[in-house]
Design a binder for this molecule. Sequence first.
Ligand code: GN1
Ligand code: MG
Length: 357
Amino acid sequence: MEISIPQQVWEYYGLNPANYQVSRAASGHINQTFIVLGKSLEQLSWVVQRINTQVFTNPGAIAQNIKLADNHLKKHHADYLFIAPIPNRNGELFSIIDGHYWRLLPYVTNTIALDVLQQPLQAYEAAKQFGKLSRNLDGINPEGFQATIPRFHDLEWRKEQFDQALSSADEELKMNASVAIELANQFNSIVKDFSSVKHNLPIRILHHDTKISNALLDKQTFEGKCVIDLDTLMPGYFISDLGDMMRTYLCAYDENEADLAKITIREEYFSAMLKGYLSEMGHILNATEKTLILFSGKYMIYMQALRFLSDYLEGSIYYPIAYPKHNLDRSMNQFHLLGQLYEKEKILEEIVSECLN
Ligand code: GN1
Ligand code: MG
């Protein structure tokens, strides 16, 4: 059923719908997002979102985390552009209408969100924005922050979920996915590596969804402006953020590309991404974290491959699909990207050393 913005949402924020032109945002798997553009120049533009509460079962945790971060940023980094939801007429970050959670966010004019990068400069600028968020939140007390999705980036758990999905999967789906299943098992050592390194990593407040389309860049100059989509702003390890950047910055095609021959890694984007990220986080990451830069990519790409594959085996109940094998193709895309990362490991490690010096 086509969802539209209910009248009460407009009322909660004192907006008149007649003054706006509403369209649906094209990207984002989970929430429903509307772009609400002011029809005249005096009118500000907005983003309206309906939260997927099957995925985010505790929206209160999202609001709480954002408030804690917002207070810290206002106090210590007053100039930082933090895209927090606008409080409604009751001062709340969510407006609950017929059991659905709605929110209003500022629309940042003259910016673009890309699905794939076309210039290394964009990789530098976007990575710098995610690095800046982590740097500005460095030192914040993680107490009071909650996991908005428990065990979200716990690779051991994602592997267990995959094993479960496999054991209860339909025979036909299993047969279709036999190559991907084989790959899932082949790369299993990444889970063991994660288990052994995680205890040595500091807990930070991180974004946890640093895919490229969550960075806003200036439309003309591509200068980084801010990051969006703060639902998973929560405690975790830095490998989540840096890894998801690798997953989405390095290839010229996104996770939906089914032609595997196109899935290759662009070293110059890796270098630009890392420089941008380290320009903010270089002095904050500790020595152990610095040894795990390339590992972060393996960890996140493998996890996303497992998540797409598990969903395929479960009948595609989590990620919306455009055709029956979509999640299988996405999973193969990610395994291929992972393979490329291993193939280029030596040269990428050289770039890491160069960037750290
Ligand atoms: C989902 O909805 P979106 O596009 O922001 C997912 C991320 C995945 C991403 C893959 C809550 O993010 O973890 O990396 O799809 N978010 C959730 O494109 O599961
Ligand atoms: Mg997201």
